[in-house]
Design a protein around this ligand. Sequence first.
Ligand code: ZN
Ligand code: ZN
Length: 163
Amino acid sequence: MTLSPDSCHPLSSDPRQALEQAEILCQRRGARLTELRRRVLEIIWSNPTPLSAYAILDLLRDDGRQGGPPTVYRALDFLLGQGLIHRLASLNVFTGCRQPDSRHNGQFLICRDCGQVDELSNPAVEELLRAEATARQFEVLAQMVEVLGRCPDCRGGETPYAG
Ligand SMILES: [Zn+2]
Ligand SMILES: [Zn+2]
């Protein structure tokens, strides 16, 4: 897989591809994707739904690793800092970023029933929110949009409601 510096092609949710891209990005930035950080990222990508820090810690212990919550939090901080994962504040869980090579604020559709998350990245949404905040002289420090609902699988054959 080749990446141009500003490519922003969404990733599929294939953990191998995500890890490969993470390695390329960290190498390019001179950031160290240690074995533990890589494993935490792999755990996040391998799980169908976002995970809490404690769930990640449990899975690390299944690997036979030592270390407490600070170990996991440090790894998560690194991955957040590199834009490789996002934290969903409403649930306090972590999900892999589909476009880690482009700086963006997260926009997420979160399924209430199965917990699956779909990441959107629509610059128009970001700009609109920023403009609304600016009009109110509100300084935006972070912008996360989390939309709770039901995914197509959980909705089954239901027809969408009309507004
Ligand atoms: Zn993202
Ligand atoms: Zn669902």
